[in-house]
Design a protein around this ligand. Sequence first.
Ligand SMILES: [Zn+2]
Length: 179
Amino acid sequence: MQRKDSSFVDLHFAFSVLRFVSPFGPSVYRCKCGFVFGDPFKTLTPSYTLVLKDRRNTHFRKAFGADYNGYPTATSAHYPLHRAIQRVMTSPKFAKAQTLSEDIVQAVAKYLKKKSKGNFYLPGLRGTIERVAQSYLDCRHAKMKEPEHNEPIDFLKKALIEQGLIKANNGWVDAWGTK
Ligand SMILES: [Zn+2]
């Protein structure tokens, strides 16, 4: 396990939220600090997919104390916010929601509390939930395909969707730091 560099970790809190690039998740190609994990124009062969995933996981381990797969743990500095928002937004109650509501924010907070992974007792949690949930709604407004309520979302699926968006846009679609 790598030792966490506190200034590097702080840097990640200073940046804005990790917004959804598609309803399937945040960027797998670039961190919110601007660090690029791989070339989105390169074919996602099994070996290149592994390289991309490994670079991303290594970066997240360093930045957030994530586990080997880049996911939050009981003590990591990040938490399954995107998963929580996906589950809430695809639930029957909010599957048609077009605007952010107090009910959505509360449902996401409840999910995080139930999962109890990561240090989500941070100041500004509400604002973070609101901004990230809004980025999911932005994808919905753009009529992007959404996952099924409990659909397992693997790395390759997310990468392929983001790659398609980047190719169509001929540039990055994560727009980090702008929201
Ligand atoms: Zn980073």
